[in-house]
Design a protein around this ligand. Structure first.
Ligand SMILES: Cc1cc2nc3c(=O)[nH]c(=O)nc-3n(C[C@H](O)[C@H](O)[C@H](O)COP(=O)(O)O)c2cc1C
Length: 218
């Protein structure tokens, strides 16, 4: 394969309009080495969630919620539900990102905002609200939107010098029950987040651009 497998930090595109953003994207890691004696502050946690909410979402519906588990006993239970992944305990905070399976929950407010901003007509807003109220649950809608919010959260944590790891090796049905997640949502990802405990093992290579980029057809 002729293509580079991955751009390292020192290959960052310094000609980019936001070079530090590119650097953050390329140096982000899923951390497993957390400082077990330190937790992310509540203030910073709020900022991470704020950054997550700047993710794009279908029609700006923002169909996501973030459930932070910080209590030691409750975190122990979450570690069990993550099949014993101990780095979650060391991280000190587990954030479950849920996605709404229908646009229903926020539709009225959001479509009215579109109409008030003059971006759609009042009639269009009413029609969309009505459609949203009748829409069938769609896991893809939930997963697509919540995943984008998750990546923002991960990048924000990295930009703030924290470690954050997305976790899918989790009994999500158990998590939904444990956290009392409403029926119109699905837990999409569990994020372990906390201060760094030091170095990580070397990152594994990425598939090259020549391999993954398909132009005009597959
Ligand atoms: C959908 C998904 C599920 C993952 N599940 C876990 C997990 O259960 N536990 C874990 O430690 N890391 C998990 N990861 C992190 C991956 O192992 C990691 O992203 C991958 O090895 C690449 O490493 P990097 O993120 O450091 O670049 C998951 C990542 C994704 C996107």
């Amino acid at each position: 394969m002729t293509d580079q497998t991955f751009a390292d930090a020192d290959e960052v595109a310094h000609d980019a309009a936001f070079p530090e953003t590119v650097e953050a994207i390329r140096t982000r890691r899923s951390g497993h080495n957390f400082d077990p004696d330190e937790d992310v502050s509540e203030e910073t946690l709020r900022e991470l969630v704020r950054d997550a909410t700047y993710a794009p979402s279908a029609f700006n519906l923002q169909p996501w919620e973030f459930i932070a588990v910080r209590d030691d006993e409750r975190l122990d239970r979450l570690v069990e539900l993550a099949y014993g992944q101990e780095h979650l305990r060391d991280a000190g905070t587990g954030v479950v990102v849920t996605g709404h399976t229908t646009p229903e929950r926020n539709a009225e407010r959001v479509y009215r905002e579109w109409a008030e901003a003059g971006r759609i007509t009042e009639e269009d807003a009413e029609e969309r609200i009505e459609q949203a109220m009748e829409s069938e649950p769609d896991r893809e809608f939930a997963v697509r939107n919540a995943s984008l919010a998750t990546e923002n959260f991960l990048l924000s944590a990295h930009a703030r010098g924290l470690k954050a790891t997305p976790m899918g090796g989790v009994d999500f049905d158990g998590v939904a029950e444990f956290l009392d997640i409403p029926d119109d949502q699905v837990p999409v990802v569990l994020i372990a987040v906390g201060p760094s405990g030091g170095e990580e093992v070397e990152r594994l290579p990425r598939r090259g651009v020549d391999e993954v980029l398909h132009v005009d057809e597959y």
